[in-house]
Design a binder for this molecule. Structure first.
Ligand SMILES: C[S@@+](CC[C@H](N)C(=O)[O-])C[C@H]1O[C@@H](n2cnc3c(N)ncnc32)[C@H](O)[C@@H]1O
Length: 216
């Protein structure tokens, strides 16, 4: 189905956050709710390779879809899995292992991956391991992770990546760079801009890249 390329969604964080986190890493529930409703049917398998605080997992269960996810941080993993009916579908590991941990074929993938600024060294995909620092290593690793993700997706299934550019004195064109990296392993089909209704002054909109699990 054709998605609108510009939509408006409410910016409202609906769930209590764990005491060990701020709201910074959480996506409003309205975003996964929109894409899961538009692009899947009840019973569909929904995959998030970067679970974070579980927004995609919780919304998938609310919509009677079946969530699967990976989260590397044990504290976040435990907090999310502990509130889920399908808790055994959320694994605490590196999403680079997605293709080798016995996951079933998924109908849709949706996530906000960890972001990295071009001038930072700390690579969030390796928990800051100093031997894996730098933006280029981050982009290569993201490409590798999405190569694994592609292997657990059904053919032609949508893979949605929420990403924003990072402003500042050194501007990071992360939308361009992640689309370039991931489009080597998945077919880039569309980009949807989401305007937040009632959002914070410093966060008025976001972007979703829509890939398809098809030959590139
Ligand atoms: C931006 S957050 C996801 C936010 C999520 N969409 C939400 O609304 O709660 C990214 C998550 O990816 C996790 N992460 C980072 N590197 C990872 C890796 N290699 N494998 C799995 N998870 C990873 C981080 O611990 C973090 O919780």
């Amino acid at each position: 189905m054709a998605l609108a390329s510009f939509i408006t969604l409410p910016y409202k964080l609906e769930r209590e956050q764990p005491p060990f986190e701020s709201n910074e890493i959480k996506t409003p529930e309205s975003l996964p709710r929109y894409f899961i409703r538009e692009m899947t049917k009840p019973g569909a398998k929904v995959f998030d390779p970067f679970v974070g605080l579980g927004t995609t997992m919780f919304v998938a269960e609310e919509l009677k879809r079946v969530p699967y996810g990976i989260e590397a941080d044990p504290r976040r993993h435990e907090w999310v899995a502990g509130q889920m009916e399908h808790w055994m579908n959320v694994l605490c590991t590196d999403s680079a292992r997605a293709a080798s941990i016995g996951l079933p074929k998924m109908d849709i993938s949706l996530t906000a991956p960890p972001f990295m600024a071009i001038n930072h060294k700390w690579n969030p995909l390796y928990g800051g391991d100093p031997s894996k620092d730098g933006y280029d290593v981050y982009l290569k690793r993201m490409q590798h992770i999405y190569k694994q993700v592609a292997q657990v997706m059904k053919r032609n299934a949508p893979v949605i990546v929420q990403v924003d550019n990072i402003p500042g004195r050194t501007f990071t064109p992360l939308i361009r760079d992640l689309s370039n990296a991931i489009s080597k392993v998945l077919k880039l089909e569309n980009e949807v801009t989401i305007a937040w209704q009632g959002g914070r002054d410093d966060y008025r909109h976001t972007h979703c890249l829509i890939f398809k699990n098809a030959a590139v």
